[in-house]
Ligand binder design. Structure first.
Ligand code: GTP
Ligand code: MG
Length: 218
């Protein structure tokens, strides 16, 4: 049928060479955790980049949580994630689809993080420079479990200071191999760029830690 030949066109060897990569189903699904401190922009990032309507579990912040979760720096926040966010994005060139699990940020929900991280390929640690200290525990969480991560500095206009990725790397005492990049969690392209960087970093980490993979790829 004219005009439709570019869509999934099965051939004896799978999909026809002429079908564009973005229309082919991805071969693998990989789990990614989007983590970070309270209000760092995790739900925003999952929502911005997801190709499906994201699942979110937002609830209104009540005064009941103010004794455990400080709103300093994020006073305008009225809702919070109480379980997780879920979204999905296909990376056609890498032939994978990423299943995105946004973690809750309030400390009273931290017990969910272990389950969310089971089997994850890697994690995005969103750093909010208004509350950079929140990122320490998040970085430690993934380091302890040997889950590869990238640090994405989500820049809020209202932040009193702007920090370069190098300054954030130094402040968080990150090893040189961990990518640190700026992002705007509201922008699809920016969020996608962060995820691409993570997939690359996870592949590099796997090659570096597995001699067998090293041989295959050398
Ligand atoms: N200016 C600006 N606002 C942002 C950015 N990213 C997120 N926001 C806003 O910040 C607020 C908090 O974002 P969320 O995505 O809910 O943050 P979260 O990390 O999921 O929060 P918790 O789940 O409560 O920990 C929302 O009002 C967003 O619109 C950004 O890059 N710049
Ligand atoms: Mg959230």
């Amino acid at each position: 049928m004219p005009g439709t030949h570019n869509f999934w066109r099965p051939s004896l060897t799978g999909y026809a060479k002429s079908s564009p990569a973005e229309h082919r189903p991805a071969e693998k699904s990989l789990k990614i955790v989007v983590a970070g401190g309270f209000g760092a922009g995790k739900s925003t990032m999952v929502g911005a980049v997801s190709e499906i309507a994201p699942l979110s579990t937002e609830e209104t912040i009540t005064t009941a949580s103010t004794s455990t979760d400080s709103l300093a720096g994020v006073e305008a926040k009225t809702t919070t994630t109480v379980a997780m966010d879920f979204g999905r994005i296909t990376l056609p060139l890498q032939n994978v689809q990423l299943l995105l699990f946004g973690a809750p940020g309030q400390s009273r929900f931290l017990y969910i993080w272990d389950d969310l991280s089971l089997g994850a390929l890697g994690a995005v640690v969103l750093a909010d420079t208004r509350r950079l200290a929140d990122s320490f525990d998040v970085v430690a969480f993934f380091e302890k479990r040997a889950i590869p991560f990238v640090v994405a500095v989500n820049e809020f206009e209202g932040a009193p200071f702007q920090y370069t990725p190098d300054e954030v790397r130094e402040a968080l005492e990150l090893p040189p191999a961990v990518p640190v990049l700026r992002c705007d969690a509201r922008e699809k392209r920016s969020a996608r760029n962060v995820l691409l960087s993570l997939v690359e970093h996870a592949a590099d980490t796997a090659r570096a830690t597995s001699p067998a993979l090293q041989e295959v790829h050398s």
